[in-house]
Design a protein around this ligand. Sequence first.
Ligand SMILES: [Zn+2]
Length: 650
Amino acid sequence: MATGSAVPVPASHLDAARDADPATRAANAAMAAKLPFADTRDFEAARRGLIAPVPDGIVRTDKGTVLWNLGEYAFIDGDLAPATVNPSLWRMARLNMANGLFKVAERVYQLRGFDISNMTVLEGDTGLILIDPLTTAEVARAALALYRAHRPDRPVVAVIYTHSHIDHYGGVRGVIDEADVKAGRVKVIAPAGFMEAISGENVLAGLPMSRRAQFQFGTLLPRGPRGQVDAGLGKSVARGTPGLIAPTMSIVQPIETHTIDGLEIVFQLAPETEAPAEMHMFYPGLGVLNMAENACPLLHNFIPLRGAVARDPRIWSKYLADAIALYAPHTDVLIGQHHWPTWGRAAVIDHLEAQRDLYKHIHDQTLRHMNKGWRPAEIAEVVALPPGLAERWSVRGYYGSVSHNVKAVYQRYLSWYDGNPCNLHALPPAPAAAKFVEYMGGAAAVIARARTDFAKGEFRWVAQVMKEVVYAEPDNIEARALCADALEQMGYQAESATWRNAFLYGAQELRHGVVKMPARGILSADTLAGLSSDILFDMMAVRLDPEKAAGQAMVINWQFTDRGEKLSLTLKHCTLSHRPGEWSDRAAATIVTTRTTLDEVILGRLKLPDALASGAVRIEGDAARLAALFAMFDQPPAMMFDVLLPGEGR
Ligand SMILES: [Zn+2]
C-alpha cells in the first residue's frame, strides 16, 4: 500500500530541487580545501591504454530502447564542482566517466563504462577468457562487440565470475551460449559457494533489498548537479536482461593454479569479504593481479545501504595481506572489476597496504570503542581515518562510509541492540512519533523550531526531528517539505555517492510520493532454476500467511522427476518445514512433477489448475491438499512500499 502517492501535495512544494544553502556551500568549500586536488595521477590511470570509447556512449536494445546512456552525464564537466555536489564525490564522478576498451597489458583488456562494473578480457592461446560479464546481456554483448571491433575475432572459451553479485555475472547470456557450456566448449568458473551465495543474499530478502537499492543507486533520480551524479563504483547499474549460467568448475582450495587456454591463472579464494563467495586472481606470466572487488580505489561497504548480512572486515584485511605477500612482489599492474588499474609494483603495494589498513582500522577502532561501552552512533561520530590514510583518494568513502561501516562492525559483533533495556521494547516508529510530537507541543511547534535550526544549517537534526512529525502526521505537507529540504542539503554535502543518492531520493519521495511500479517478481527464471530445491522451499515458506494456515496441518511428499529429487513438506503450527531427500509415510498426498514446472508456477507463467489439467503436475492421494497449500501463500507483494512514510506496518 503506497500511501505516499495518495496524499495531494500543493504545487508550491513540488518545486524542483533547491539550491545549496550557505551551510552546504561552506561544508563543500571546506572539503575542497582539505583534499589534494592537485594530484591528478588517477585521471592519467583512468585514461591509460584507451583504444576506443563506448560508441556514442549508448547501449540500446534491438528495438532501440536505451539501456545505458553516458550522455545523461554530460553535465559532469570541468574540475570545479557545483555547490550542490561534494567536491570529492565530483572528482570520482569525473573519473568514472572514463569509458571504452582499454589495453591494460599484453593479452589483458578491459571494457569499462558499459555498466557499473568492468568486463576483463584475457587473450588465451586460441580464444578469449571473459571475467565478469556485467549485469545484463545487452550491455555485455555491446562490450564484447567493441572488443571484437578492435581485436581479432576469436571465440569465448571460458567465463570467470569473480564473485556472487549480479553486476559480475548477470550479462553472461550476452557473451556465451548455454549450449556451448553444456557441450563443454566453454568453461564457467566461479569461487566455491557461488550459487549458495546468490541464493542466500538475494532470494529470501531480495524484495526489500531491491527497493532499498533504489535509494543506494539513485536509479529513479534525475541525473544532474541536483540529482544523481554517480554510484561510487561506477556511474549507475545498466538496465536490460539479467540471467545466469551456473558454473561448471568451482575453485575450492584456498589457492588453486590452473592453465586455461594456455594462460596460467592462480586463484586465491577470499570468502566472506565484499561478497560471501569471492576470489582474486594472479596471472604470473603477465604480471597482472586482479583483486576482483576487494581493493577498489575507495572505501567499500561492510553493509551496503540496500542491506546484507554484515561482512567481515577483519578477514577482508587478512586476504588483502595474503595477496600482498603472495602476489604483489611479482605484480606490475593491479586491476579490479570496477574502476581503473594501478600501474607499477611500488604503487600496487602502496595501494594494497592502504586498503588492508583501511578495513582493519575501522574494524579495530570500532571494537576498541565497543570495549569501552560506546554505542553505534557514538562510535560512528568519532572514528576517522588516521593521517596517512585520510588524505589518500583511494580510501575515501565514495561507496561505503566510515560512519555506516562502524555501525556494521557493531552489528556483526553485538547485533542491533545497543544493550540499553530502554531500547529493548521501545514503541514502533509511528506510535512513538505521535507521542514525541504530542509531548513537544504539537507539529506546528516542532516545525517552527526546526525551521530555526534549518537556518543554522543543522540539517541532520532537522531531518531527524521532522521524521517524527512525518511519522506522526504523514499528511502534514509542511513537515514533509521541511524534511525533504534537510535531506537534500545532506545529499549535496555527502561524499559517499550512496549517501547522496539515499538523501536525494528520500527528498524526492517526500515531495512527489512513491513511484507507482507494477508488481513483478525479482527473481529471473535463470536464478530460480539455479536454486536448490532446499532453498526454493525456504523461499515458499517465507510467503506463508499464518492466518490462512491457522488450524491446518498436512504432510506432502514431492518428487521432481527432472532432477531425481524427493522431499517431504510439513505444515504444522502455521509453519512450513521440509526434509530434502526424504519421504514421509504420513503424507496425505504425493506430488509428482518437475522442478521446471514448479518454477513456472512460482514465476506465474503457469497456473496450477492448468498444470494439473495437462498432467504436468500429478497428485496421488488427497488431490485437494496442493490447492489448499497454495491458497495460504501471500501474493507476490508490490515492491514500492513506503520508506519515508509509516506505511503498512504503522
Ligand atoms: Zn560489483
